[in-house]
Design a binder for this molecule. Structure first.
Ligand code: SAH
Ligand code: DHB
Ligand code: MG
Length: 217
């Protein structure tokens, strides 16, 4: 099985289940033109986040790691007109591109991008949130997760991106800081009685990876 096949199937699923979306296409194009790395969630993953947010009846969503605002748009679209999405991004240039993309998506009224290192910003972020999407620097996954649980309402959910890492996550001897960050996240969750979680491996246009889904009891 090849990455080509995974991408072909993703293209098929996008066509069948999502269809043309000029706003998201413009966001991808603007992000590419600005030289941002091609590491946003895929369309099918973005729509999954959107559906998770709707499934928990989300009114307030926190995102850690904005990039060009692609996943932020999917999440913000799940919110009511008086909802709120707060997204944290360390890179001011990326934050500016994300703000433009969110404005073009007519979501600037409910989505705000805050600039800084997430660990510095989180103490001033006010909860409660219904959903938190963690997708920033992987070595800090456990730190972000702990902060997210504090900010989450009971029954709220946390999604963590990139927990598969092409299978490297199964290697307990890995010296890769991102793999270690994911593994530390797992032990943090296992030791936290406030949450229950699972994780799924994924293949698709973004390769072989996975996401974690946790719920506050
Ligand atoms: N969620 C986005 C992709 C995020 S990529 C999407 O799917 O569309 C990860 C982002 O996290 C990058 O833009 C990177 O600049 C940002 N980041 C890295 N370290 C960070 C930190 N310490 N605090 C906040 N953001 C950080
Ligand atoms: C990387 C980060 C991501 O959030 C992602 O989805 C894929 C790759 C990275 O830093 O390489
Ligand atoms: Mg990611």
């Amino acid at each position: 099985m090849s990455e080509k096949l995974w991408s072909d199937v993703d293209m098929y699923l996008e066509g069948a289940l999502i269809g043309d979306d000029p706003v998201l296409e413009a966001t991808r194009k603007a992000s590419r033109a600005a030289g941002l790395p091609d590491i946003a969630v895929s369309p099918t993953q973005g729509k999954m986040l959107h559906l998770f947010a709707r499934m928990v009846g989300a009114r307030r969503v926190l995102e850690i790691g904005t990039l060009g605002g692609y996943s932020a748009i999917w999440l913000a679209r799940a919110l009511p007109a008086d909802g709120e999405l707060v997204s944290l991004e360390i890179d001011p240039m990326r934050a500016e591109i994300a703000r433009k993309n969110l404005a073009h998506a007519a979501l600037d009224g409910i989505a705000q991008v805050r600039v800084g290192a997430a660990l510095d910003l989180l103490p001033s972020v006010r909860g409660p949130f219904d959903l938190v999407f963690i997708d920033a620097d992987k070595p800090n996954n456990a730190n972000y997760f702990r902060a997210a649980v504090d900010l989450l309402r009971p029954g709220g959910v946390i999604v963590v991106d990139n927990v598969g890492r092409s299978g490297a996550v199964a290697d307990s001897a890995s010296t890769d800081e991102s793999v270690r960050g994911v593994r530390e996240l797992m032990t943090t969750i296992a030791a936290d009685p406030r949450v229950t979680a699972t994780a799924m491996q994924t293949v698709g246009s973004k390769g072989y990876d996975g996401f974690l889904l946790a719920m506050k009891k």
